[in-house]
Write a protein that binds this ligand. Structure first.
Ligand code: 8OZ
Length: 356
């Protein structure tokens, strides 16, 4: 039988009952003061456990990793206890779930950070635009450039968060190195103007990502670690002078780890056409390839059949359709997700989408 979205596979040590992955989706529905996942969050993930794999919403590794309101965290004992309920519920339904490790870097604001400190970044470059805070929309601020001597502390936070994720029962972790957050800020030369060993050449801009990855792999095992990249996504004011050269280099360098998978956002999330050869990344990477952005059943099956991708991550379709796998299987109509309830709020637009 031909391999398609419904065929089992594995990503490193993680076995999947099908090739439909629930993409990481920020939903901003954790309590402001603790970041501890609640019963409502458990239900949300449990409802979607028929996906071959769930990647959790991006989850801050430390208090300095926060950049949006109402995010869950993965750095306190109470958060671990909250996430344990999520992983137990997903596992009880036969699902698999990895946690996405997140540090936002400059995509933050003093009002979201401990003691109202400035956000940190590779370079003191203010992103254009505004962000959503507890006080409403405000302009981004100029971040503080990190000293090289501070980087081991951030790596230690990634390691601690990974240990917390494993203690919480996750099947693995995904390193969020996409969408203009801290690790991506180091990679791309629009946001990294450093003149030390962490800026300038491709080797230097990739150094921090590789150090973070190495440290995470040492505690989790490479076969439980995936990574997400977004080579040409301009979201969060990101640019690079030569994305193809940069990301070919990044992916080739990542091959040294034998990671469970590479997860690629194949374009501009805003929908603008951008020239980039994603097939080249697929070819260069030695492990499993997860494709994301605008896929549906037809395009997903075609990408798997042609060998372009091993698994497909679906985002918005999983918001509106907890039983997306069952619906795709029989070509049932899909619920349309309500964009007004993507971020923040309560159960409405979160755990009340009907199944077949
Ligand atoms: C949309 C809104 C808030 C966060 C990302 C974590 O782009 C996000 C995100 C997206 O990766």
């Amino acid at each position: 039988m031909a391999i398609d979205l419904f065929s089992p596979t594995h990503l490193g040590a993680i076995s999947l009952k099908n090739r439909m992955v629930m993409a990481p989706l920020t939903r901003s529905r954790a309590p402001k003061d603790t970041g501890v996942p609640q019963a409502m969050n458990v239900t949300y993930y449990e409802q979607r456990a028929t996906a071959g794999l769930i990647v959790t919403e991006a989850t801050p590794i430390s208090a300095m990793g926060h950049g949006y309101p109402f995010l869950p965290g993965i750095y306190t004992d109470a958060q671990v206890a909250g996430w344990k309920k999520v992983t137990a519920a997903v596992h009880a339904k036969g699902g698999k779930i990895v946690l996405q490790l997140w540090h936002v870097g400059r995509i933050s604001h003093p009002s979201l950070l401990p003691n109202n400190v400035l956000p940190v970044a590779p370079s003191a470059i203010k992103p254009a635009g505004q962000l959503y805070t507890y006080e409403g929309m405000v302009d981004f601020v100029e971040p503080r450039a990190l000293e090289a001597s501070e980087l081991p502390g951030i790596i230690a936070d990634y390691v601690h968060a990974t240990q917390c994720a494993l203690a919480a029962g996750f099947d693995g972790v995904e390193i969020h190195a996409a969408n203009g957050y801290l690790l991506d800020q180091f990679l791309r030369d629009g946001s990294n103007k450093r003149t030390d060993n962490y800026g300038g050449s491709l080797e230097n801009r990739t150094r921090f990502l590789l150090e973070v990855t190495k440290a995470i792999v040492e505690v989790a095992g490479a076969d439980k670690v995936g990574i997400r990249l977004s080579p040409v996504n301009p979201f969060n004011d990101m640019t690079d002078s030569n994305p193809q050269a940069l990301f070919n280099y990044v992916v080739s360098a990542l091959n040294q780890f034998n990671l469970a998978y590479l997860h690629v956002i194949e374009g501009d999330v805003g929908g603008k056409a951008v020239a980039f050869d994603f097939a080249e990344l697929r070819k260069l990477f030695k492990g499993a390839y997860m494709a994301n952005l605008g896929y549906d059943k037809t395009r997903g099956n075609a990408a798997i059949a042609s060998g372009h991708a091993d698994v497909i991550a679906f985002g918005v379709p999983f918001i509106g359709n907890p039983d997306l796998v069952a619906r795709y299987k029989i070509d049932a109509p899909l619920n349309v997700a309500d964009a007004n309830t993507f971020y923040g709020g309560a159960e409405q637009g979160y755990i009340d989408y009907p199944t077949l």
